[in-house]
Design a protein around this ligand. Structure first.
Ligand SMILES: NC(=O)c1ccc[n+]([C@@H]2O[C@H](COP(=O)([O-])OP(=O)(O)OC[C@H]3O[C@@H](n4cnc5c(N)ncnc54)[C@H](OP(=O)(O)O)[C@@H]3O)[C@@H](O)[C@H]2O)c1
Length: 251
């Protein structure tokens, strides 16, 4: 098992892609911590994952929660080798009707949440560690009613580049994985607030969380996933890899 002795945190690890990534990391031998807001979902996920998974209730839009989570992980694991900043929100935001609260809700989870997740976990990250940010295929395309979600994911793609450059000296790689349309509960959340119906590119089928979780996990364990239709893949560490970060391409 390639990850024996390694530790990993998956934010939003209680459902969908995060849960699939957590399973994959665990199957490869890593000790894992998962976060989410719902205690109930975390408990279910922890039971499903079994073993010594560490469930931590934490909202990524709260710096305080993230700092507490970092403390819990330090206590339990000492350090982190892999961080999959996966937690995200998806709401439809039609230009004409979207209110300020919805704007903040998406940006606070998807942008602020990712930034401060990395900041809070950075002191725990070991040299040679890997950070994977979950962005989206929406970060480069224009689809009606998704302006804020798409912009938030473009910010995450940008984070992968800038953070990667910033963490070169610590030899911490930062990559972005970019799922296509995946069947997960995110498409069923808060229907009254404009859920984002699942949308696929013409001629493409929706993917499975398992495969995309694998992408996040694979980035974390240094293998190129090479799967079809799901990832932007960026690596840092040397000039060639940095060029790849500047050349993120959609599937
Ligand atoms: N599914 C797709 O088609 C698709 C496509 C592209 C990108 N993505 C991205 O993939 C990531 C995972 O989404 P998913 O499809 O797997 O959705 P999901 O099944 O709904 O999982 C979302 C996870 O994030 C957690 N979460 C949500 N808001 C949070 C917050 N404020 N703080 C902490 N945890 C939070 C959820 O738990 P709680 O609700 O308990 O907090 C849950 O564990 C997201 O970043 C999403 O944007 C998904």
């Amino acid at each position: 098992m390639v990850l024996t002795g390694k530790t990993a945190l998956v934010t939003g690890g209680s459902s969908g892609i995060g849960l699939a990534a957590a399973r994959m990391l665990r199957d490869n031998g890593a000790r894992i911590a998962i976060t989410g807001r719902s205690e109930e979902k975390l408990a279910l996920a922890a039971t499903e994952l079994g073993g010594d998974v560490l469930p931590i209730q934490a909202d990524v839009s709260s710096r305080e929660d993230l700092i507490l989570a970092s403390g819990r992980i330090k206590e339990a694991f000492g350090s982190l080798d892999i961080l999959f900043a996966n937690a995200g929100a998806a709401l439809g935001t039609p230009l004409a009707t979207t209110d300020e609260a919805t704007y903040h809700k998406i940006m606070d989870v998807n942008v602020k949440g990712v930034f401060f997740t990395v900041q809070a976990m950075l002191p725990l990250m070991r040299e040679g560690g890997s950070i994977v940010l979950n962005t989206s295929w929406l970060n480069q395309v224009g689809t009606p009613g998704r302006a804020i979600l798409s912009a938030s994911k473009a910010a995450v793609r940008s984070f992968a580049r800038t953070m990667s450059a910033e963490l070169l000296d610590r030899k911490i790689r930062v990559n972005a994985v970019s799922p296509g349309s995946i069947e997960t509960p995110i498409h069923r959340q808060e229907p009254e607030r404009g859920r984002v119906p699942r949308l696929c590119r013409p001629g493409r089928r929706a993917g499975a969380a398992r495969a995309h979780g694998q992408a996040g996990g694979d980035c974390g364990r240094r293998a190129l996933p090479g799967k079809r239709g799901f990832e932007l893949y960026a690596r840092s560490g040397d000039r060639r890899r940095r060029r790849q970060i500047g050349a993120l391409t959609c599937f």
